[in-house]
Each structure stands twice: as C-alpha cells, then as structure tokens.
Design a protein around this ligand. Structure first.
Ligand code: ATP
Ligand code: MG
Length: 294
C-alpha cells in the first residue's frame, strides 16, 4: 500500500482527521467528499478562496480545477465541500515517476502558466502598491517572535529597491495564487492534475505563480512540509530541472527578467508572519540574503 492509499484509508475511517498546514480544517467526510472549514477569524479569507476556485476556468485540459459542490455559513463558521480528487501528492509522485514522466509534468506546468499569461494583459502597477504590500508584511513580521529583527533591515533594502521604480509593467488577469506543488494532486495515470487551494492575492499576476514555483525549487517547500518518505536526491534533481526549465522558458518576458527577484523576495517574506519552524525560517532568510545581494 502506498503512502497516499494509507492516508486515504485513514481519512475514510476517521471523518474528522485534519490535514493541511493553514489554519483551516480539511476533513474527509463519510460521503467521500472533502470539507474545508474556517473559524470566525479566518472566514473572509476562506470565502474569497472558495469564490476564486468557483470562478476559475482552466483552459488547459490536463489541469482540472477541483469543483465546489456547496457552501455553508453561520455567524461563527464558513465552509465548503469539494469532491475528493484521487491521486498522489508531489513527493510521492516524484518518487515514483520516471524522468520522462516528470519532464512531461514540467512542460504541462509551463503550458498552464503560459495560458495564465495569455489570459492576462500588460498593465502598469504603481510601485506604491508593491512596496505598500511589503511594508504591511514587515509590520506583521514584527509580531512573530520566531523571526530575527535583522530580517526587517533586509526588507527595508528590498523596499528601497522597489521604490527605484515608479511603476511595474506586469501581466495582470489570471493566477492561482498559491501554486506550490502541495496544491496540485497528481493523477497522471489518467493524464490529469487537479488544482486545489486557490488564494485571493493582492494582484492577480501570473508572476506571483512563477515565484511560488521558485519557493518550491529553491526551498524544497512541499517536500519539507509533507512527511512522506521519499528519495531526497531525486527530489532535489527534479526541482533543479524545474527551476532551469522555468527560467529558460519565461526569460523571454521582460517583466520576468526584470522583476522575478523582487517578487520572489516579496513572496518569501509573506511566509514569515506565520512561520514557526526554525529550519524553515533559516532557509527563507538565507534565500532573502542571496536575493538582496544578487
Ligand atoms: N478536493 C480534494 N481532494 C483530495 N485531497 C484534497 C482535496 N482538498 C484538499 N486535499 C488534501 O488536503 C491537503 C490540504 O488541503 P488544502 O491545501 O486545501 O488546505 P490548507 O489548509 O490550505 O493547506 P496548506 O496550508 O497546507 O496548503 C491537500 O494538500 C491535499 O492533500
Ligand atoms: Mg494547500
């Protein structure tokens, strides 16, 4: 029995088993469906997430958006139900798949991101929108005792770099919002991948999805959070290939070449207000140093 079958069986026998790392509750119900629940504090965020998932149209036939079946709401709680998408999680998939299959997935992922770009249009975004977001995040990080205050100096340097621009010409229109590998369920036996866990972002730019991919390739994000045993050397090689293929492909866009590192930096600081694992914080801060000195 593989790890996902074991996990699925565990979920089926215990309808209240919680999965996920956010503060939402993800449960497999006895009817087989998945239910995602908020509490009164994070209700607005989950509602926006569900709205995005409901309205999201994938024009790429191998990436299927997990549909929303129903929503429910009371003053204290909001939630929605989805069908269970059967498949593997990223570390299992990468462990099992052949190099040929993994390359196939990488090209499909690039095609998905290209379709987001095709559905977006180039717009000028005021630099204040970008540095204002980083400044808000800086304030939130001050409340996290696990993060060293020296990170705030790095953020000040990043904000100063953003302020050198008056505006940013970016593709705006379509993005998943949290396109880490943990939000893709791999069903490549049926040549399809399910997209789950959408995020309502402050700007809807495919560049935000591209820097989420860097979060995976540079920090091995999903592999760090999912505790399936897997071949870590193979995982690292696949992430290196993913990084170089993405860079090779998207460098044709001026906005990617010019702004990738600024947005990669901003994406990483957005993880810090909630971070508690010291190894993860250390990995993020190390990457922030590299990005700011590059
Ligand atoms: N519709 C679904 N079908 C199958 N598995 C699902 C489904 N929705 C969620 N899961 C599983 O539950 C995990 C957590 O779900 P999700 O990513 O939506 O929650 P989250 O709380 O936002 O988690 P995280 O912060 O880890 O991204 C997923 O990584 C996936 O393995
Ligand atoms: Mg998730």
């Amino acid at each position: 029995m593989n790890a996902s079958m074991e996990a699925n069986n565990a979920l089926e026998s215990n309808p209240f088993l919680v999965r996920g790392h956010s503060d939402f509750q993800v449960t497999r119900l006895l009817n087989g469906n998945i239910r995602k629940l908020s509490n009164s504090k994070n209700m607005v965020r989950l509602k926006a997430q569900c709205q995005k998932q409901k309205n999201f149209i994938s024009n790429n036939s191998v990436f299927i958006v997990c549909p929303v079946l129903n929503e429910f709401e009371s003053p204290e709680v909001y939630g929605f139900e989805m069908p269970f998408c059967r498949g593997e999680v990223a570390p299992e998939y990468i462990d099992r798949a052949s190099p040929f299959e993994v390359r196939g997935f990488i090209y499909q992922l690039i095609a998905l991101l290209e379709s987001f770009i095709a559905e977006s249009e180039l717009r000028h975004i005021d630099a204040e929108v970008i540095w204002g977001k980083s400044a808000d995040v800086r304030e939130q990080i001050r409340g996290n005792v696990n993060v060293s205050p020296s990170v705030l100096d790095l953020i000040d340097q990043h904000i100063a770099i953003v302020k050198l621009h008056s505006n940013f010409e970016l593709p705006i229109g379509k993005c998943h919002g949290d396109l880490t590998l943990s939000n893709i369920i791999f069903d490549d036996f049926n040549d399809r991948y399910f997209l789950i866990d959408f995020l309502d972002t402050y700007i809807d730019s495919p560049l935000l999805d591209l820097v989420k991919i860097s979060q995976e390739t540079r920090l091995l994000w999903t592999s760090k959070f999912m505790h399936q045993t897997h071949d870590s050397a193979k995982y690292q090689i696949v992430m290196n290939v993913l990084e170089s293929e993405v860079q090779k492909h998207f460098s044709k866009y001026k906005w990617y070449k010019k702004y990738q590192s600024i947005f990669e930096f901003q994406n990483l600081i957005r993880l810090l207000p909630y971070a508690s694992d010291h190894l993860i914080i250390e990995a993020i801060v190390k990457r922030l140093h590299l990005l700011i000195t590059a």
